[in-house]
Design a protein. Structure first.
Length: 90
């Protein structure tokens, strides 16, 4: 794994850990019977954090394909498959 790949992976893991913390706060808000507004706001934060992590995963894989358009990623994904995955997040 290159230094750039390791840095990208570290950023993705940090985003996922942030999402986990927000999910814990959401669960606590529901358990504590917090207001609908608080719960929805926390839910929105969790969804956004997960979306950003997903985009980062796809963007990292797309960068590999930009270097060599005929290349598949380590997971065997082609550029067309990456595009389809990206659209599932949209």
């Amino acid at each position: 794994m290159s230094t750039q790949d390791a840095a990208a992976q570290r950023k993705i893991v940090n985003r996922l850990k942030r999402a986990r913390g927000q999910l814990d706060a959401l669960i606590t808000a529901v358990e504590d019977g917090r207001s609908c507004r608080d719960v929805v706001m926390q839910l929105s934060a969790v969804a956004s954090a997960l979306d950003k992590a997903g985009y980062a995963v796809i963007a990292n894989a797309m960068q590999e394909c930009l270097v060599d358009p005929d290349h598949t990623t380590e997971d065997g994904l082609t550029p067309a498959e990456l595009e389809k995955l990206f659209l599932t997040l949209a």
